[in-house]
Design a protein around this ligand. Structure first.
Ligand SMILES: [Zn+2]
Length: 509
């Protein structure tokens, strides 16, 4: 068994890899800043560290305290169009942060590093399959940052770090248990977009049908995310067996190319219906054909993908169905609802759960509810709390709940000052609506509960079927005065008082 850190483990490929490593008996920790990842993808909150991987002051002590056998780096920005619009943002995120992460690894004595790179480093290589010797000609700032990040790995060999850069072709599909899957916002990848369009009976945009390919649409090499995960572990085993520090790079693809039209046809077959396509202009930076030469992956790693296009499409479809299957949720305010409200809670050691909160959450979980925290954290806007303190508080809460077999799927927070005009501060419904869309929550079957009238009104504005005002907060008298003679605000003593009534109501004939 190895103990490893997965940086970016709340994202698409990173979370699938983390699950794969865990399933094979390894101790897996996840570090992610949740800028594009999802807390709901982090299953074990005891081995979870929310941080920016480029924050040396935070990451170095963490690495020193944990003594990992190796680090897998999946945390990068990966939207080509965004990289064209914001090249400096991409340089900071994908190159400078990685350099600081490598520095932290070197100082902590970590000598093994697996890096998610990309075939975008090669640019447009023409018709032939791409080998690791194909010259670098990145066509986007994104591809340039990956090239430069690989150069950093070569540099850190002298500091004792062995590394392998894995140049992915198109990661796709979902892991077999559907615990995690593709969930980008915005979604820029073909397969999920075709599936979503088909499920929503909308046409699919095809960007260019005049490329020099068999049917005029772009040809790409799709590799299943669980095959990618296996390849990462095989690469890590190479590092475990290294006698001296080295750097190497390996293409990860299937060796087979499929055109956009062929993908659409495969999804039509899986869905059993036809999908309308609309031809749009070519996108800048899209080469006609990108297909991997897989011989080095086979020779060096002993890696051969096991899952073909059928499995990719079927698993992606199953994941999307599951994601959109209507679920019910309780949206919870935090301070005064779950924990005591000291005004501005800024010390995770001072987090104290309110009485019977665990009992209440267990009843609701057994009734099939997911939990989300929806919280106004204006202390950030007022400069009285830092984001790092908020992370620690949520880490502490996650641990307290995990001990009881409970978990918060995700935290949705407004950080704005109350005087700022923002769209997310309760009673605005935006935070709830965003969660509902992302997680397939049926709002009519869901509830918003909190100790402030603004919580209740956010729930009503979002269309929650149930709302409740709890008198467990600091200024319950004031809230009761504000309610006046409103009839749409059910009042309960505390979370357990409401949960008991709610569950009893639902189970009554
Ligand atoms: Zn806000």
């Amino acid at each position: 068994m190895a103990k490893v850190l997965v940086v970016g483990g709340a994202g698409y490929v990173g979370s699938a890899a983390a699950r794969y490593f865990e399933d094979h008996g390894h101790e897996v920790w996840i570090l992610d800043d949740l800028s594009t990842g999802h807390l709901s993808f982090v299953q074990d909150r005891e081995r979870w560290f929310e941080a920016d991987c480029g924050d040396l002051d935070v990451v170095e002590p963490f690495l020193k305290s944990q003594r990992f056998d190796g680090v897998f780096h999946f945390a990068a920005k990966s939207l080509v169009a965004e990289s064209v619009a914001h090249p400096e943002l991409y340089r900071e995120s994908n190159v400078h942060k990685m350099e600081r992460l490598l520095e932290a690894c070197a100082r902590a004595g970590i000598s093994r590093f697996i890096f998610s790179s990309t075939c975008a480093v090669y640019g447009d290589p023409g018709d032939a399959p791409i080998t690791e010797k194909t010259p670098f000609k990145p066509m986007s700032p994104y591809g340039e940052t990956k090239r430069d990040a690989e150069a950093l790995l070569e540099k850190f060999v002298a500091r004792g770090i062995s590394s392998i850069a894995l140049r992915y072709f198109n990661a796709s599909g979902a892991e077999s248990k559907y615990r995690v899957g593709e969930l980008h916002e915005p979604e820029s990848h073909l397969i999920p977009n075709v599936i979503r369009a088909a499920l929503g009976a909308r046409p699919v945009s095809v960007f260019g049908d005049d490329y020099p390919t068999s049917d005029g649409t772009c040809v790409r090499d799709y590799i299943h995310v669980s095959d990618l995960a296996e390849a990462h572990w095989l690469a890590f085993e190479k590092l475990l067996g290294a006698e001296a520090p080295f750097f190497d790079a390996v293409n990860l693809g299937s060796g087979t190319g499929y055109s956009v039209r062929e993908i659409v046809t495969a999804i039509e077959k899986a869905i059993g219906g036809s999908i309308e396509t609309v031809i749009c202009p070519r996108r800048p930076g899209d080469p006609p054909k990108l297909v991997a030469d897989t011989s080095y992956a086979r020779a060096f790693l002993g890696f051969q993908p096991k899952r073909g296009l059928d499995t990719i499409v079927r698993s992606a479809l199953a994941w999307e169905h599951q994601r959109l299957q209507p679920k019910r949720a309780v949206f919870l305010d935090r301070d005064g609802t779950i924990n005591q409200d000291p005004g501005y809670l800024n010390d995770h050691e001072a987090l104290v759960l309110l009485p019977r909160v665990i009992d209440a959450l267990k009843k609701l979980r057994n009734a099939g509810y997911l939990f989300f925290v929806v919280s106004n954290q204006s202390g950030i806007g007022r400069g009285r709390i830092t984001r790092d303190q908020i992370r620690r508080i949520h880490g502490r809460l996650d641990q307290m709940l995990q001990d009881e077999g409970l978990r918060i799927e995700s935290y949705a927070l407004c950080f704005h000052h109350p005087d700022e005009k923002c769209e997310c501060r309760k009673p605005e419904p935006k935070l709830i609506l965003d969660l509902a869309r992302r997680y397939g929550i049926s709002l009519a079957d869901s509830a918003m509960v909190g100790d402030k009238l603004s919580d209740v009104d956010a729930g009503l504005n979002a269309g929650c079927g149930t709302v409740a005002l709890l008198l467990s907060g600091n200024d319950s008298n004031d809230q009761l005065i504000q309610i006046g003679d409103r009839k749409d605000v059910p009042v309960f003593k505390d979370l357990d008082d409401w949960a008991t009534a709610q569950v009893r109501f639902e189970s009554s004939p």
